[in-house]
Design a protein around this ligand. Structure first.
Ligand SMILES: Cc1cc2nc3c(=O)[nH]c(=O)nc-3n(C[C@H](O)[C@H](O)[C@H](O)COP(=O)(O)OP(=O)(O)OC[C@H]3O[C@@H](n4cnc5c(N)ncnc54)[C@H](O)[C@@H]3O)c2cc1C
Length: 376
């Protein structure tokens, strides 16, 4: 399914995953620290901007290459893949709706991995129901004043560039507008690091906006068009989360298969038992099916097809449910050792969980898919 150039990108990522990223994965999880060394190597190899046009500092490749790269990095360390996926999430509204000036000013630094970016959507009372958000942007002369609170923002406090989803009028969906902010702006502060179950090497914090003054040039897309931009952003980023899930599952599968080939019980290695073979067969089928859905969604994005929202939701939902199932089975295949932190499948099972939650929970993906089936 991958063309030569896409395979080359995937191979580069595979090598980095094996030679660099995998070596730090256990420590990154244990210490709960951002994998700066991995990020540096990813940046040096141009992996932050795989799908970004060359004129904005990217490699000028496509979404299919992008998801293939994410998959490889996630197979070694999900936390490191979150650095890539959050960067893509932050760049997406610029690429989709930014002015030429905004694109030139912000995208190259993000695409080259020189700085990190964050996208602030979620609020204490506004999660799945994005259009209920209450952070406001109020016009004040030639500027806007941003006020409110965001929660669960990946890389908050570490990022230099922020996109915030705000309300510029009472209209539920047509009153939503995006703004760009930068670290160091007066009134932009961050909460403590959340202590998380998984992807512990990515930082998640609250963000407080207290009269943050941004010039009107920092409005990203037209006033009131934020909700539509956001939905288009999700079309692009949900397959990326799907790719992350496929990678995590592949990493756990590879480890478990190797383990059962070597672990002896009842005088034979475990791979001789039919029940173990059947589990391995199910895991393999699920991973391959999820990968195809992710690649299909990415291809539809590359080809600009109409039904991309449906395919992005299906890819994200199926792949993340698959990752939870496959990593749980991987733990099972290792028996008691699977439950012990010394073995990586335990981390992978914890890391898989977030892929069912962020970028729209899997219930929300099913709502979207159901709407396509019955209302379109
Ligand atoms: C580690 C981590 C990183 C994150 N990173 C970011 C980030 O960088 N930027 C950002 O903006 N957000 C981020 N999020 C937030 C994430 O996207 C939200 O947590 C998610 O969208 C769910 O919102 P919620 O937590 O408020 O849950 P709720 O919306 O309160 O949902 C609770 C439960 O109810 C279900 N539910 C809600 N509505 C329906 C419905 N209509 N039908 C059926 N079930 C429903 C949900 O599926 C879920 O199971 C992150 C979260 C985490 C944990």
């Amino acid at each position: 399914m991958l063309l030569e150039e896409q395979k080359m990108m995937k191979d580069v990522a595979k090598k980095i995953a094996r030679d660099v990223v995998a070596k730090h994965a256990e420590e990154v999880d244990r210490l709960g620290e951002i994998p700066w060394e991995n990020i540096r190597v990813l940046a040096e190899n141009g992996l932050f901007g795989v799908h970004v046009p060359e004129e904005y500092g990217g490699a000028g490749s496509d979404m299919l290459s992008h998801v293939a790269v994410i998959e490889e990095i996630a197979s070694a360390c999900a936390s490191t893949s979150v650095a890539l996926s959050t960067q893509a999430l932050t760049m997406a509204p610029f690429l989709l709706a930014g002015t030429e000036e905004q694109k030139q000013k912000y995208i190259p630094r993000l695409a080259k991995g020189e700085v990190l970016g964050s996208f602030g959507i979620t609020e204490p009372s506004s999660g799945s129901d994005v259009s209920s958000l209450t952070t406001t942007a109020t016009k004040d002369g030639d500027d806007y004043l941003l006020n409110g609170q965001k929660v669960f923002i990946t890389n908050a406090g570490e990022s230099e560039i922020y996109v915030f989803v705000t309300r510029t009028s009472e209209d539920r969906t047509n009153g939503i507008t995006l703004f760009i902010a930068e670290k160091g702006m007066e009134g932009l502060t961050f909460g403590n690091k959340e202590d998380k179950m998984g992807i512990r090497g990515s930082v998640t914090r609250e963000v407080f906006l207290d009269n943050v003054r941004v010039p009107k040039e920092n409005m990203l897309g037209d006033e009131g068009k934020g909700f539509k931009i956001l939905m288009n952003v999700f079309n692009e980023t949900r397959p990326v989360v799907g790719a992350q899930a496929v990678g995590i599952a592949q990493g756990a599968y590879d480890y478990a298969i190797d383990y059962v080939k070597n672990r002896k019980q009842f005088g034979k290695t475990l791979d001789n038992f039919q029940m173990i073979q059947a589990m391995a067969a199910d895991m393999r089928m699920k991973i391959e099916a999820a990968r195809l859905l992710v690649y299909q969604a990415a291809t539809k994005l590359d080809q600009g097809e109409q039904d991309v929202a449906l395919h992005s939701s299906m890819a994200k939902c199926f792949a993340s449910d698959m990752a939870m199932s496959v990593t749980t089975d991987a733990v099972q295949l290792l028996g008691g050792y699977g439950f012990i932190k010394e073995y990586p499948v335990e981390r992978m099972m914890r890391d898989a969980k977030i892929t069912q939650i962020y970028e729209g929970t899997n219930q929300i993906q099913r709502v979207i898919i159901g709407n396509y089936i019955f209302k379109s």
